[in-house]
Design a protein. Structure first.
Length: 282
C-alpha cells in the first residue's frame, strides 16, 4: 500500500507546488495593474527572472525530452533517470511567460496606462549577473564543443559531455535565485515599507518550495538513491534558497515594517540616491 501511496503523493505534491509557484507570478503584476504603478518595486527582480526561467525551461526540457541527455545522465548516475517531471517543464514555460509580462510593465508603462516610475532601469549588479551567466554558459558550451566524446551515450565521467552544458544552464537558474531577491530586499529596507511589493507571491512561493523539495525527496527514496537530488541540484537548491528569501520578506512585511506606509519619497531602484534624484529632476 505504501509503495502505491508514495508515487501518488509525489505526483500530488508536484502538481500542487506547480499550482502554488505558478499562481505566485500573478499577484505582483495584478498589484501593479491595480495601482497603475510599479513604484516601491524594482525592475531587477522580474528582469533577471526572465533569464532564470529561460535557463530553467531549457534545462528541464533537455532532461525530460532529450534521449542523449537522459542517457548520459543515466550513465553517470547508476542507470537512473532524471527526477525532472512534466510539471517542471510546464511550470518553467508558464513562469517565463508571466515574467515577461511583468517585466513589460516596467519597460513599457505607457502601454499599461501606468504612472511614470523611477525603478525602470536595471542596476549594474543585476546587469552584471545577467552578462556573467550568459558568458559562463557560453564558455562551457565552447569547452564541450572541443570534447570528442561530447555526444557519447556511455557518458564517460572524465569527459565533457552535452550533459555538462545542460548542468551549466541549470546553474544559471540557481545563480539567479541566489541574487534576484537582493535588490527588492534593499528597496524595502530603504523605504522602511513593503508597499508595492506583493506578499501573496511570497507566501505562494514559500508553499511551493516546501512541496517541491518534498516531491524530490520522495522520488529519490522510491529510487533508493539520493542522486535524484545530487543529480538535479538546481531543483533542490532552488526550493531551499527561495524559502530563505521568502522568510526574509515575510519578516519585513509582518514584523519589521508591519503597517508602514513607506516614505514620502520612495526608492524604486538599487541605484544610489543621487541617481534617483537625477531621475526625478528629469
Amino acid at each position: 500500500m505504501a509503495a502505491g501511496f508514495l508515487p501518488f503523493l509525489s505526483g500530488l505534491f508536484g502538481w500542487v507546488y506547480f499550482i502554488c509557484w505558478s499562481l505566485s507570478f500573478y499577484p505582483q503584476s495584478i498589484l501593479n495593474f491595480s495601482r497603475r504603478s510599479t513604484s516601491g518595486t524594482t525592475v531587477d527582480f522580474p528582469l533577471i527572472n526572465c533569464l532564470g526561467f529561460s535557463a530553467y525551461l531549457a534545462s528541464n526540457f533537455a532532461f525530460y525530452y532529450s534521449p542523449l541527455i537522459r542517457a548520459q545522465y543515466g550513465a553517470r548516475h547508476h542507470g537512473l533517470t532524471p527526477t525532472v517531471a512534466f510539471n517542471d517543464v510546464t511550470f518553467a514555460a508558464h513562469g517565463l511567460l508571466l515574467c515577461l509580462v511583468t517585466t513589460s510593465q516596467y519597460f513599457f508603462p505607457r502601454a499599461w496606462g501606468f504612472s511614470p516610475s523611477i525603478g525602470t532601469r536595471p542596476s549594474r549588479f543585476i546587469l552584471g549577473i545577467f552578462v556573467g551567466c550568459v558568458a559562463g554558459v557560453a564558455l562551457v558550451v565552447f569547452v564541450v564543443l572541443g570534447s570528442p566524446e561530447r555526444s557519447n551515450y556511455e557518458g564517460a565521467s572524465s569527459s565533457w559531455l552535452w550533459l555538462d552544458a545542460v548542468y551549466a544552464v541549470s546553474y544559471v537558474k540557481l545563480i539567479v535565485t541566489l541574487t534576484k531577491y537582493t535588490p527588492q530586499l534593499i528597496v524595502n529596507y530603504r523605504n522602511q515599507s513593503t508597499v508595492g511589493w506583493s506578499i501573496s507571491q511570497i507566501l505562494l512561493d514559500f508553499s511551493g518550495g516546501i512541496l517541491s523539495i518534498s516531491q524530490q525527496g520522495i522520488d529519490s527514496y522510491l529510487q533508493g538513491d539520493w542522486s535524484g537530488i545530487t543529480g538535479n541540484p538546481a531543483k533542490f537548491y532552488l526550493g531551499n534558497v527561495s524559502m530563505i528569501y521568502d522568510l526574509m520578506f515575510i519578516t519585513q512585511h509582518y514584523v519589521l515594517y508591519r503597517g508602514a506606509e513607506g516614505k514620502a519619497e520612495e526608492t524604486d531602484s538599487l541605484l544610489g540616491s543621487s541617481t534617483d534624484e537625477e531621475a526625478r529632476a528629469a
